[in-house]
Design a protein around this ligand. Sequence first.
Ligand code: UT7
Length: 350
Amino acid sequence: MSADSSSGPKSEAAASETLRPEPVTTVKLKGTGSYTPKRVLTNKDLTEIVETTDEWIVTRTGIRERRIAAPDESASDMAVEAATRALASAGLSANDIDLVIVATITPDMPFPSTACLVQDRLGMRKVCAFDVEAACSGFIYITEIATAMLQSGRFRHALIIGTEKLSSILDWKDRATCVLFGDGAGAAVLSSQAPSGSGVIDTRLGSDGSSSGILYMPGGGCRIPASGESVAARHHFLKMNGREVFKIAVRIMEKATLEILERNRVPLEQVRCIIPHQANVRIIEMLSDRMQIPMERFHVNLDRLGNTSAASVPLALDEALTQKKIGTGDYVVLVAFGAGLTWGATLVKL
Ligand code: UT7
């Protein structure tokens, strides 16, 4: 595994020098799928909820609209839809899957895992299923976990899903956060195959818990369990210091992208497309500027979907594949950062 959970920036250089072990099998991206709820919430709609303007939201974030799940639509419902489409695109049935991993910060409930609900709803065999909580980096984390498990030879086909109903943890009185996020799900099927030159080539992960206080939800865990007071104090909503997160995001996504390419000796010019976490178009523009690659080589859909946390990267990946912006033989980098803080980058050759 290439995980590095030691203390952030200081240890990053050392970790990047670690040699990647040669994989015994290739892990192929066999298929992708996504799902977004029907209801569109525009910036204009938001002006009726909080004191904001379409102009502020567009110029500060690039977001024009986002999707909001129906009251009775849960993270597992959206995951099932995305997973069904990913299975169809992989040409596999639910019965072929022997590993299910869901990344989410908005599970249907604290336990059991959303992955178990998906396993049941898809009528799968009684296979290994569990959730991972790495916020917006969740899909990169589960890509690495599934890849390592497939490479162990113990599993053949993994279904990995990022799904979020962020609308359920937004403070609709806080204009600094409620305008940024949306709901949706993205899924992928990864399969082990005989060694070849394509597939999931490498992943690099990191974390820095010393910055946990800039993006978090204080209530609902054992420290502040649900109570009348915790609800009144609005502890069950997402809290963020946006400016701090922004600064770190740009630096960490650039570093993670360059490190994964350097470690695998793939020049940036050979990368057809970067699929970044969809938080703010200004973050992506700064990356484009710092890495000197045109914006056309980033896939951006946050204008229509906002920030969907763990669903953001797989939703964008599925869209880029569906639009044929990327295809067989292309190098693609998936890169994300999020609460934790966590970050990660994956290099894939399609
Ligand atoms: O995936 C999770 C990771 N999260 C992120 O990546 C978010 C990263 N951060 C950001 O994208 C940006 O920091 C924000 C979009 C959240 C905020 O943009 P900013 O340019 O950093 O604005 P700010 O927080 O510095 O606020 C500037 C002003 C403030 O007013 P004053 O104090 O200057 O009078 C805010 O109160 O904008 C005000 N403001 C708003 N005004 C209208 C904050 N939210 C809004 C709003 N509408 N929705």
